[in-house]
Design a protein around this ligand. Structure first.
Ligand code: LLP
Length: 414
């Protein structure tokens, strides 16, 4: 594919150069149509049984995106009191919020208890704390199914080497603690890791969790977690996550469980990335080009404070080059390393890429930045966070989070 943004008309007829000039670079640009389509798709993964998709908002907490998720029929999961408050502010009723924190304080648990928000406890020690705070209450427990999956060891969230969940061999202790505090275990949940394109490990993990679920009586819900991938190598024609095939293969697994369990609980999933990643790009300006020891660099204003994924996980993001608002065709390619403006050698957006020539004044358009992009931004090197701009279904352009100012950097000093 020569260009994703042209293929899907990402800017809906707007000139990206105008957006870059008007809102300044770097800038996150979102496409409402793509976001809504993904948020809608995840809500339909299971249709035969009671089911909800909980959009995992750690991927992107912009309140305007949360409102879209609400309108597209998703519930949400939250990791912190901040995320809970963000959801309440976006208009989510408490029964559509699932709190899935780990290692939280009594105060944080109390916040959810007071609001009546269903909470999953990530360890026996947190279950004990919940019991002390809310004897006779209802909650869920996160199970560590013993196997994980993901694009990098830092995002594998189950298995022997991670901090998450209660191991299968400790399940009897869940029952002991719940008896001691008269707790009802209403649900169990898991999350094996992030970003898989092959449904197989997830389906295996679903089967495994359902096997474990047989040990719990009267579960109201079972949550399989998130992790559905998106094609980050789309310019090389990487295929989408095979959603239809996945749905077809999931259904008989649920059928078999429902028959054995004697009833269908509410099934849930927790996709984050899949809902939002492809609905955003970052536009950044090329301010310098140079050659060091034979390596060609294009120096942009997209630092690791704006997008940390490549430096943190060696993640791949496709980059398109725009000149005067037009995509530069991918021919006569040369090896270029696209870097940011932060004082770290690891401040790299795209390493040793085959790209058309990049000139000062060009725009670098980094694809698939909607998930774990802005939500992981920082002000490192005292650089204010960028603006977020939304292209509406009708092609309208509006700011959905303003650019931070230099004055904002001084806000918290006493
Ligand atoms: N549920 C739980 C309990 C999680 O820990 C996560 C992600 C999700 C759901 C959503 O996973 P998703 O569908 O987005 O893969 N910052 C990393 C990803 C970290 C994911 C952490 N947990 C990245 O940029 O790749």
């Amino acid at each position: 594919m020569n260009s994703f943004i042209e293929k899907v008309d990402f800017f809906k007829g707007n000139n990206p150069e105008d957006i870059a000039v008007r809102y300044g670079t770097p800038v996150y640009v979102y496409n409402e149509e793509i976001l809504r389509e993904r948020m809608h798709t995840v809500a339909q993964v299971v249709t035969k049984y009671p089911y909800t998709a909980n959009y995992s908002i750690k991927a992107n907490t912009n309140i305007h995106l949360l409102r879209m998720a609400l309108e597209e029929g998703d519930n949400c999961d939250a990791m912190s009191v901040g995320e809970l408050m963000m959801l309440e502010k976006a208009g989510f009723p408490v029964e559509r919020i699932f709190f899935v924190p780990n290692n939280v304080s009594a105060d944080e648990l109390q916040y959810a208890i007071d609001k009546g928000i269903m909470t999953s406890l990530d360890s026996l020690s947190q279950l004990e704390l919940f019991g002390q705070l809310n004897p006779g209450g209802k909650c869920a427990v996160r199970i560590n199914p013993g196997v994980g999956a993901g694009h990098h060891e830092k995002v594998v969230t189950a298995g022997k080497k991670t901090k998450f969940g209660v191991a299968e061999e400790d399940i009897d202790q869940i029952f002991e603690i719940s008896k001691k505090y008269h707790l009802t275990i209403a649900g169990i949940n898991q999350h094996i890791g992030s970003l898989f394109m092959d449904p197989e490990p997830y389906l295996k993990a679903v089967e495994n969790l359902l096997r474990i679920a047989m040990r719990f009586e009267n579960l109201e819900f079972i949550d399989f977690g998130g992790g559905y991938g998106i094609p980050y190598h789309k310019l090389d024609d990487e295929a989408e996550f095979p959603m239809e095939d996945f749905k077809k293969r999931l259904e008989p697994i649920l059928d078999a469980f429902v028959e054995k369990y004697g009833k269908a609980p509410l099934f849930k999933s927790e996709p984050g990335r899949y809902c939002v990643a492809e609905g955003s790009v970052i536009l950044g300006r090329v301010h310098a080009v140079k050659q060091n020891a034979g390596v060609k660099y294009a120096g942009t204003d997209i630092g690791m404070n704006v997008l940390v994924r490549p430096s943190m996980y060696d993640s791949w993001h496709d980059v398109e080059i725009l000149r005067n608002g037009k995509v530069v065709e991918r021919k006569e390619l040369q090896e270029i390393t696209v870097v940011g403006n932060i004082c770290e050698s690891g401040d790299i957006i795209a390493k040793n890429r085959q790209l058309p020539e990049m000139k000062v004044g060009d725009l670098a358009c980094v694809l698939d930045t909607g998930a774990y992009g802005y939500s992981m931004c920082s002000t490192y090197n005292s650089r204010p966070r960028p603006a977020e701009v939304l292209i509406g279904k009708d092609g309208s352009v509006k700011v959905i989070r303003r650019k931070e100012t230099l004055e904002d950097l001084f806000r918290y000093f006493e």
